[in-house]
Every structure is written in C-alpha cells, then in structure tokens.
Write a protein that binds this ligand. Structure first.
Ligand code: NAI
Ligand code: NAD
Ligand code: ISE
Length: 344
C-alpha cells in the first residue's frame, strides 16, 4: 500500500519533507499540495516534478479522497485549524512542531481525535528518532547511570532573522528540548524559571539572547537548558545527563578529524537541516510504516503536543515574570495511556 500525502505549507521544511518522501523513503507519495502563497506551491510541484494536484487551500486538499495523510508544514499559528479539519475528516496527520501554538489549541485537537475514536496524529518531534538521543534513553532506561539527577543542555543556532522574537526562543527552539528531555527521563515537568544573561551584541534590538531555563521535574530532576540563537559559530545541540552512578552525554555529530596548519580540528554543522537529517528520515518512514502495518501512527502523539504546549506556555510566562512558574498538566486521558514512542 502507498500512503498518499497532501502537503499544507511548501516552505523550508515542507520542501525538505516532500523531497525525502519522494526520493529517499519508501511507501509514500505526494498527491496534493497547497500553500497560502500559491506560487510557492506551484514552484514546489515543478521543482520536484510531482504528479500532484495544487489546491487553493487546506480544506479543499483535505476533501480530496485520494489524500490519506495530511503533512502540515505551514507556520505554527496555522497548524491547529488544518489539523482539526483533517482529523474531523478522518485523515492521518503528520504535523510539524508546534502542534498548536497554545495548550487550549492542542486540547481542541486532542478532543477532535478522541471524538474520532482513533489515533491519527503524529507530531514532528524528530529528536526521539535521533540515534544519539535513543542511545541516551537506553542507558537511562537500563539504569546504567542510576537515577538521573540533573541535565545540562544547550540549543544553539548560528543566527536568526529579524522576525524571531524573545518568546520564540521557547515556542520555536526550546520546544524540542521540552519534548525530548521529559521523554528521556520518563518524568513530567513541575516548574520553570528563566534568567536572561548579558545580551550578545549579535542579537537584534527586540530579542533577548541568550536565555537560560531551569526546569524541574516532579521527581526533582533539575534541567538547565541554554538557548542561544545568535551563537555565530554553528548549529550545536548539547545534552548531558548526570546520574547517581555516572554521566552520559549526547555524541557530537560525526566529522572527520583534520590535522593541518599545526591544528587538530573537526567541523561543526551550521544548519538544523543537516544535524537531524537521519532523524527526519526515520520519523517519517516510521509514520508511513506504522500506518501501513498497524493502521495507526506510533510516534509522538497529540497528547505529547499538548504536554509541550502547556510547558511552553509556562516558559513564556516565566520569561515575562522572572519568577518560578508552575507547569500543570491535565490528567492524561485513557485514550493516550500507551506512551507514544519509547525507543526506535
Ligand atoms: P516556512 O516559513 O519556510 O514555510 C511555511 C510555509 O507555510 C510557507 O510557505 C507559508 O506560505 C505556508 N503557510 C503558512 N500558513 C499557511 C496556511 N495557512 N496554509 C497553507 N500554507 C501556509 O517555515 P518552515 O521553516 O518550513 O517551518 C514550517 C514548520 O515546520 C513550522 O511549524 C516549524 O516550526 C517547523 N519546523 C520544524 C523543524 C524541525 O526541526 N522539526 C525545523 C524547521 C521548521
Ligand atoms: P517556512 O516559513 O519556510 O514555511 C512555511 C510555509 O507555510 C510557507 O510557505 C507559508 O506560505 C505556508 N503557510 C503558512 N500558513 C499556511 C496556511 N494556513 N496554509 C498553507 N500554507 C501556509 O517555515 P518552515 O521553516 O518550513 O517551518 C514550518 C514548520 O515546520 C513550523 O511549524 C516550524 O516550527 C517547523 N519546523 C520544524 C523543524 C524541526 O526541526 N522539526 C525545523 C524547521 C521547521
Ligand atoms: C527550527 O524551527 C527548528 O525546529 C529547528 O530544529 C531548531 O533548531 C531551530 O531553532 C528552529 O528555528
């Protein structure tokens, strides 16, 4: 069986996912495309030589009976409306993060999915599919470092555009750590506090950069996460888990070791597209295979999207107040009782 995708949003990551489904993965095909910028949709269809219908909007695309699954890669604020409409039509959904920009929006998606009575939605939290994070999780789950006590993590981008604002350090960037860190240690978050260190000269006027988040879990694990989106030197993701009996660290992205000009050096990437290339491939192949084999996606669920949004709301509040803010989740519905993806 081929899973037939309709794509909503042909920007940077929409085109990346179209390319991987068309040229790298198996079992999927792009049959329909839309974008609020129709020229972008048309150019994408031409560039990738797709045999796909171009629709004027997401509703028309969702209504196409040839579309089995909707790939939502529009910008964050547009996700909720498309996902709810697709779920109400009984279509599978792969939605890039964030599932919705607010916890209330995620809850509306959760309710639509429960009403439909079937898991249809997977959220694009690809780090759960990254081999480095999967290895970290195996070490923790096998109790090799004892109880995790602390995490030190960093999410650094070389630079961001003028439209990137202080809250986006949470909603666009930290959101990946928010999802992956509680999944790593099998715990829920309790509180968050934010500190703004001395501001880099490389950030534009309205952006506070870098930022430091101290997040505490219910069992007392303290996570210190740095977001620094104008670090200049590259795209760098760090994560170190300190346990009672040992410490485990995310491997560096592989690079050849060069000896030249009296220096011993390795390279650092400068773009998220390359750092998580394999993880994107594995997550979408898993989406296709799980639906084909079991009738349901097995990756991060709409409930995982909700957890991330509640936490993200508290982090944004903590940016504004400077105080320790509570992170309070509603009770997990039985519908989502089987935890999404545990290991790959
Ligand atoms: P982008 O701005 O390059 O592309 C977004 C596209 O969506 C644009 O072409 C825009 O015209 C279109 N669009 C916006 N609203 C729409 C609507 N209502 N209907 C149809 N099309 C609409 O953005 P980018 O970087 O591709 O990001 C898209 C999404 O992917 C975001 O949610 C972002 O957070 C996520 N993303 C995830 C990454 C990851 O590592 N998982 C990496 C980069 C982006
Ligand atoms: P982008 O701005 O390059 O592309 C977004 C596209 O969506 C644009 O072409 C825009 O015209 C279109 N669009 C916006 N609203 C739309 C709507 N209502 N209907 C149809 N099209 C619409 O953005 P991007 O970098 O591709 O990011 C897109 C999404 O992917 C974001 O949610 C982003 O957070 C996410 N993303 C995730 C990762 C990741 O690592 N998982 C990386 C990058 C982006
Ligand atoms: C982008 O939207 C992503 O999701 C990337 O993974 C992240 O590293 C980057 O900071 C975001 O802008």
């Amino acid at each position: 069986m081929t899973l037939r995708f309709g794509v909503v949003g042909t920007g940077a990551i929409g085109r990346e996912h179209i390319d991987r489904i068309t040229n790298k993965l198996s079992g999927g095909k792009i049959v329909a495309v839309t974008d609020v910028n129709l020229d972008s949709a048309k150019q994408t269809v031409e560039k990738h030589q797709l045999d796909a219908v171009i629709y004027p909007d997401d509703k028309a695309l969702i209504a196409d009976e040839n579309v089995d699954a909707v790939l939502v890669t529009s910008w964050g604020p547009a996700h909720e409306a498309t996902v709810v409409a697709a779920v109400e039509a009984g279509k599978y959904v792969f939605c890039e993060k964030p599932l919705a920009t607010t916890a209330a929006g995620c809850m509306r998606i959760v309710n639509a999915e429960m009403k439909r009575g079937k898991k249809l939605v997977q959220v694009g939290f690809m780090r759960r599919y990254d081999s480095g994070y999967v290895q970290l999780k195996q070490v923790i789950d096998n109790n090799e470092i004892g109880e995790p006590l602390m995490i030190r993590a960093a999410h650094r981008n070389p630079t961001v555009g003028e439209n990137y604002t202080t809250d986006m350090a949470v909603t666009d960037t930290l959101i990946h750590e928010i999802d992956v860190l509680h999944w790593l240690v099998n715990d829920d978050y309790k509180s968050v506090q934010v500190v703004f260190p001395k501001k880099t000269k490389n950030a534009h006027d309205k952006l506070q950069d870098p930022q430091l988040f101290t997040i505490e879990t219910n069992s007392g694990i303290v996570m210190n996460v740095e977001v620094f989106v104008n670090c200049k030197y590259g795209y760098d993701i760090q994560c170190e888990v300190i346990g009672e009996d040992g410490i485990v660290k995310l491997p560096e992205f592989p690079s050849v070791v060069m000896r030249k000009n009296e220096k011993l050096s390795t390279s650092i990437l400068n773009d998220w597209k390359y750092r998580f290339m394999d993880a994107y491939n594995v997550e979408i192949q898993d989406f296709i295979d799980s639906i084909t084999k079991t009738g349901e996606p097995q990756g991060p669920t709409a409930w995982d999207g909700y957890i991330a949004a509640v936490t993200s709301d508290s982090c944004v509040k903590a940016q504004q107040t400077g105080e320790k803010e509570a992170i309070t989740l509603q009770e997990r519905p039985a519908f989502y009782s089987e935890k999404g993806l545990q290991t790959v």
